[in-house]
Ligand binder design. Structure first.
Ligand code: PFF
Length: 455
């Protein structure tokens, strides 16, 4: 089977639009609530150092591999892997790795959309000044009034899915590209505004900086290293076919190394800025950085409710979260859309409606996990927790491992070198060592630890 020279879905106008789109994919819920919290809890600056190392050693080589594979195959992940495997005279069952990515994306978007829907509800609550003077109990009550109401949660989930499908249905050029050109600068502007707002808290800003950046190696455990590795993976949107399919729309004469560097730097910067925006507010209100969605939906509203301009800045904060989740959501669904269009020969619009409806339907399990289905447990987990566990801890590491093996061992050195186009031989060898040995080893360690065999 010969390789197509261009994707049927179009091509990014420039490498900058690709960088914007891929950064849009990378910057998501993972950067804005998860990173600041895990960094703080795992030794601040020491953790940040380890995390940067993980981005460089595991994240960057894998991202380069995904873009390289995507651009060489120029199709959806399933067809791309099948075509490239044939080119190397290897088994076409490598296409199965593409399927893992597509199915993982399908499941992840089903719950990502429900959480993003909660953020949308909070945009309106915040602008309407609902949090003014709120107590911890009050904030908890407001959160429960949303999550315990299946109809409301369902309505917001539906709105978010429709918004996602509207962008994807319009295609790569007039949908995704136009969207990220508008949303990404807005996202950065809001983030900077929020950091400026936090900087006005004076001493608490220094406390936030201290919390996030002062290396405390005594808090760094083996587990924190594993957390850093796992997060490096998720935050760069790897192993879900998202970056691979975006790579399929990238021009041949773009340096894969340079664009990958830009994406990794932008993603890390956003995560650090999010920490600088959040922690000073938490400390200024004598709150403690609590875990998970609680920090965003219960602790922060208390801070906004007690600060000057809190309604406005709180609303902007949740808008930032919605933008970040939205630009990630369109990339999670794109591999499936491109598969439907290429293999089922249906229009993009029909593909979007079909895929969107399927994901929306699966999302009902997550919607009900917060209320009427709270007690529908399987292996001691709610449906939402189970879907999250299976995808994040099993499917993503597996998909990532297969991608690394494919790029490092299945593709010939000539073909990968040709596609990557790294001119310095030393860098090329370095990438090959990382992708063949270090990246797979890192993933295996994370995988064994999350399933409880190690650590
Ligand atoms: N990188 C996103 C985040 O940090 O929230 C999550 C994500 C988006 C993962 C898209 C995978 C993906 F394909």
């Amino acid at each position: 089977m010969s390789r197509p020279t261009e994707s049927i879905h179009g091509q990014w106008a420039s490498r900058w639009t690709f960088i914007l789109a891929a950064t849009g994919s990378a910057v998501g819920l993972g950067n804005i609530w998860k990173f600041p919290y895990i960094a703080g809890e795992n030794g601040g600056g020491a953790f940040v150092l380890v995390y940067l190392l993980c981005i460089a050693v595991i994240g960057l080589p894998l991202m380069m591999a995904e873009i390289m594979i995507g651009r060489r195959g120029r199709q959806n992940p399933v067809n791309t892997l099948r075509t490239l495997a044939k080119e190397e005279n290897k088994s076409s069952s490598w296409a199965a790795a593409g399927w893992i990515a597509i199915v993982a994306g399908f499941i992840i978007l089903s719950y990502y959309s429900v959480i993003a829907g909660q953020a949308m509800a909070y945009v309106f609550r915040s602008f309407a000044n609902v949090f003014e003077g709120v107590t911890a109990e009050g904030a908890h009550h407001i959160y429960l009034s949303l999550t315990h109401d299946p109809e409301r949660l369902l309505a917001w989930h539906t709105v978010f899915m429709v918004l996602t499908m509207v962008v994807v249905a319009r295609g790569v050029k007039s949908g995704i590209e136009k969207f990220v050109k508008f949303v990404m600068p807005a996202l950065f502007a809001i983030l900077l505004l929020l950091v400026g707002y936090a900087a006005n808290t004076g001493v608490y800003f220094s406390e936030g900086v201290h919390f996030l950046f002062t290396p405390d190696f005594s808090k760094l455990t083996t587990n924190s290293v594993l957390v850093a590795m796992g997060h490096a993976f998720f935050t760069l949107s790897l192993a879900m076919g998202a970056i691979m399919v975006y790579g399929a729309y990238l021009s041949k004469n773009t340096s894969i190394f340079k664009v990958s560097m830009w994406i990794a730097i932008a993603d890390t910067t956003v995560a650090l800025l999010a920490g600088l925006a959040i922690f000073p507010l938490v400390f200024a209100n004598e709150l403690t950085p609590s875990m998970g969605p609680g920090l965003i939906f219960e602790t922060l509203p208390i801070a906004f409710g007690h600060m000057a301009g809190g309604a406005l800045f709180g609303g902007l904060f949740f808008l930032l979260l919605v933008f970040a989740a939205w630009s990630s959501a369109i990339s999670i669904i794109e591999p499936l859309i491109s598969w439907l269009v290429e293999n089922k020969k249906i229009s993009r619009r029909r593909a979007s409606v079909t895929a969107g409806f399927g994901i929306w339907l699966l999302g009902l399990l997550t919607v009900f996990s917060f209320n009427i289905g709270e007690n529908w447990l399987l292996f001691g987990k709610t449906m939402f927790e189970l879907l999250d566990y299976i995808t994040a801890n099993i499917m993503l590491p597996l998909g990532g491992l297969l991608t690394a093996i494919f790029a490092g061992w299945i593709m010939s050195k000539n073909n990968s070198t040709d596609e990557l186009g790294i001119r310095v031989p030393l860098f090329n060898s370095l990438w090959r060592i990382l992708i063949r040995y270090i990246t797979p080893l890192g993933i295996i360690i994370v995988f064994l630890s999350v399933i409880g065999i190690l650590g």
